[in-house]
Write a protein that binds this ligand. Structure first.
Ligand code: HEC
Length: 131
């Protein structure tokens, strides 16, 4: 009787250990197959885990450093006097294109290394919101 109890304890212990071992293995596999080489540009916002980012999120991550205080003459966030002349002279599409390729002290893609062209567009739309 005593042996049986011990034996069944032993078996359940084995079972427990093997279940645990399986969990560890799954974790290890998840670790091994997760995507590598996520590039992070210093100062840029980390990519959101799910869904596309909003213009505000992109602005807060990549553009805020220059466009809040107007560093090097950058047009300031939602300041019509800074944006309207640019929009009048060039039109939105040209202003958008210049943000993608860079213009004068404005770096290409506004330093947002993982932004798509549409992300840049969303960030600009946020910057000129209400103008
Ligand atoms: C290192 C500073 C810096 C960062 C970061 C930056 N900008 Fe700029 N940006 C500038 C400066 C300076 C100008 C003015 C360039 C000029 O017209 O001489 C500018 C101008 C612009 C313009 C107007 C372009 C035109 O044709 O008039 C847009 C649009 C723009 N930035 C978008 C962005 C977006 C979107 C981001 C973030 C994803 C961003 N910028 C990040 C410095 C910056």
């Amino acid at each position: 009787m005593k042996f049986r109890v011990l034996a069944s304890l032993f078996v359940s212990a084995l079972f427990f250990v093997s279940v645990n071992a399986q969990e560890t293995t799954n974790d290890d596999i998840a670790q091994r197959i997760k995507p590598v080489g996520k590039v992070h540009v210093a100062g840029a916002a980390p990519a959101a885990a799910v869904g596309p980012r909003t213009g505000k999120q992109i602005y807060d991550g990549a553009c805020v450093a220059c466009h809040t205080s107007g560093v090097l003459g950058a047009p300031k966030l939602q300041v019509a006097a800074d944006w309207q002349p640019r929009l009048d002279q060039k039109g939105f599409d040209q202003v958008w294109k210049n943000a993608i390729t860079g213009i004068n002290a404005m770096p290409a893609m506004g330093t947002c290394g993982d932004c798509s062209d549409d992300d840049i567009k969303a960030a600009i739309e946020y910057m000129i919101e209400g103008i």
